[in-house]
Design a protein around this ligand. Structure first.
Ligand code: F6R
Length: 605
């Protein structure tokens, strides 16, 4: 999604800005741009193609300057055309880049039009540019502070002004922004990752902060306009570019990285102790009486899977909600509940807002399950369990999902132990199963050639149904999401028992029905559902545990899963669904790592 990079230095900063945009590319964007102060005038280059194209433009036009801002845009207000690409100018004196959405842009726009400002883009961002311009009296920092008081919505901005060389001013509210500290130069970015190679010292700005970058330092004012001291954190974890290696796409690489990612996420300790989640967790976990899980997309499906574990192993009532729904409905808060937010990025606007909403309702105990230790979500929760998936580049989440499942399984076992539902023998047995997971996953990954054979047929379909029962219903949902987002085949998932209540009407020879069939207590029920599809001429594609006795027959295609894995089976069964989506998308020739209209980190509502 949108990305910001900014810098003040005593050298040409354009290569640093372009490199920063390159590092943010994987998040998805539809246009990009850069502006610098060149001989005291703001000059810019913008492109509706890739950052590489912007780089060519910059070289061709010899755009150079020591003070600059840059942006990747994911369109919200206004189409992805050059006029709407950032940086946006106000009267050729001020340039701004902006992530987020300004909700009162129409009202502000009317006032500014009344003052003679002309709008040349369809963006909400242009309103901020003119607003700051209208408030500028020789001090950009002061003008930005005054302007943000009038903005409603979520934003992170970076601004420069022709009369203030070696100055970039930033502000954030609801969207992340970090300051990178250098020697005699300073930086700003929406993600520390963008500044890898330039610095490893960061200040993570807080909500409402406004900052001013100069060559020799950075000053910050908090939301009340008071000078603020923020901790400087050393973050060395942001290495160079991630290599694709022998894989065709990052998604494929990330699917195959799952054994390693899972092994890194499984705690080293010999048991499930609440201290895995934070120092105060032993005290708090004993008191909580329920869980409220909030997340979006794939992370929501990991929460749905966890509900089965939490209620069956830990016997703790668990509610799972889509973050964007929860934040806008009236709900009944329970101060004794543990609110769990799940997110790969830790920056998803809807999940962050849901967390804030839960806290405002009086929920005091919060836990984040997250893949980014420096993210806003981790900083805003009482407890944390970090997944160690490593950087996920493909827009479609794969290793982030399975590592979330591992984290949530550990949470279920920890709560089971605290609540007296886990014997020492069970604990050591589950630990053994967890430790064997990476090896079991490797056997599942070895099914790839069989899945490629199926994907050829799938690539010619326009619709697909996914069925699962119990613990595997969320896995069917995740399989359908993977297929639709990267192959653009319309896919729906149902609990298999629901088939006869409606979706069976869709079943014809043209409709592939993918079924996840572990050998669990619901197997016989699932077999009946399979017969319902076969009786109507449907084509079934079943991932069946080897001991289920589901075998190939007319209209029934079976791939055998290597072993039955009990309660951890969802972690294995989702992998062939990831591979099926991946190879189907490849066969259809889509842009697998950057599917149309989607972004990796969804930082707007
Ligand atoms: C789908 C996918 C999305 C994300 C969702 C939440 O493959 O990746 O559905 O799961 O946007 O993102 P995070 O986990 O970063 O909060």
């Amino acid at each position: 999604m949108c990305g910001i990079v900014g810098a003040v230095a005593q050298r040409n900063i354009v290569p640093v800005l372009i490199e920063g945009l390159r590092r943010l590319e994987y998040r998805g964007y539809d246009s990009c741009g850069v502006a610098v102060l060149a001989n005291g005038e703001p000059r810019r280059a913008r492109s509706v193609a890739r950052v590489a194209d912007l780089d060519d433009q910059v070289r061709d036009t010899r755009l150079a300057g020591a003070t600059g801002i840059a942006h990747t845009r994911w369109a919200t207000h206004g189409a992805p055309v050059t006029d709407n690409a950032h940086p946006i100018f106000s009267r050729d004196t001020l340039a701004i880049v902006h992530n987020g959405i300004i909700e009162n842009y129409e009202t502000l726009g009317e006032v500014l039009r009344g003052k003679g400002y002309e709008f040349v883009s369809q963006t909400d961002t242009e309103v901020i540019a003119h607003l700051i311009h209208s408030l500028y009296r020789g001090d950009l920092f002061a003008a930005v502070r005054e302007a943000v008081q009038q903005l409603h919505g979520a934003y992170a901005i970076a601004v420069l002004h022709k009369d203030q060389p070696h100055t970039v001013v930033g502000a954030r509210q609801g969207s992340p922004l970090v300051v990178g500290l250098g020697d005699g130069e300073n930086f700003l970015a929406s993600d520390a990752l963008a500044l890898a190679g330039s610095t490893d010292r960061f200040i993570f700005l807080e909500e409402g902060d406004v900052c001013e970058l100069k060559l020799d330092g950075v000053r910050i004012a908090d939301r009340d306009g008071q000078p603020a001291q923020r901790d400087v954190r050393q973050v060395a974890a942001y290495g160079g570019a991630v290599e694709l290696g022998p894989y065709r796409h990052f998604m494929q690489k990330e699917i195959f990285e799952q054994p390693r990612a899972i092994s890194d996420t499984i705690p080293q300790a010999d048991g499930f102790d609440p201290s895995l989640f934070g120092e105060a967790a032993p005290k708090v976990f004993g008191k909580i009486d329920s869980l409220l899980i909030l997340a979006c997309g794939t992370s929501y499906y990991s929460g749905l899977t966890a509900k089965y574990w939490l209620e069956s192993i830990a016997k703790i009532p668990t509610q799972v909600e889509i973050a964007s729904e929860y934040r806008y409905r009236d709900s009944v808060p329970n101060p004794n509940a543990l609110v769990v937010v799940i997110s790969q990025s830790g920056e998803t606007a809807d999940t962050l807002a849901a967390l804030k909403h839960a806290q405002s309702l009086g929920h005091q105990h919060t836990l984040s399950v997250c893949n980014v230790g420096t993210s806003a979500m981790v900083r805003q929760t009482e407890f944390t369990f970090l997944t160690h998936a490593g950087r996920e580049i493909g827009v479609a989440s794969t290793k982030a999902f399975t590592t979330q499942l591992v984290a949530l399984f550990v949470l279920a076992l920890t709560l089971a132990k605290v609540r007296g539902h886990l014997s020492a023998a069970q604990e050591s047995n589950y630990l053994k199963q967890l430790r064997h997971l990476p090896a079991a996953l490797n056997s599942v990954l070895a099914l790839e050639p069989q899945i490629i054979a199926w994907s050829e047929e799938f690539s010619r379909k326009e619709n697909a149904l996914f069925l699962g029962r119990g613990l595997h219903y969320p896995i069917a949902l995740e399989g359908a999401l993977k297929l639709k987002e990267i192959s653009y085949i319309h896919a729906e998932a149902y609990p298999a028992g629901e088939l006869k209540h409606g979706p069976l009407a869709l079943v014809t020879e043209a409709m592939p029905v993918v079924t996840v069939a572990p050998n669990d207590a619901l197997l016989e029920k699932l077999k009946s559902n399979i017969q319902e599809v076969r009786a109507r001429g449907g084509q079934l594609y079943v991932f069946a545990d080897s001991d289920t006795r589901i075998v190939n027959a007319e209209g029934l295609h079976v791939i055998r899963m290597p072993e039955h894995y009990g309660l951890l089976s969802p972690i294995l069964h989702v992998v062939p669904l990831q591979l099926l989506a991946y190879h189907t998308a490849c066969a259809r020739g889509t842009d697998v790592d950057k599917p149309r209209n989607l972004a990796k980190s969804v930082t707007v509502e």
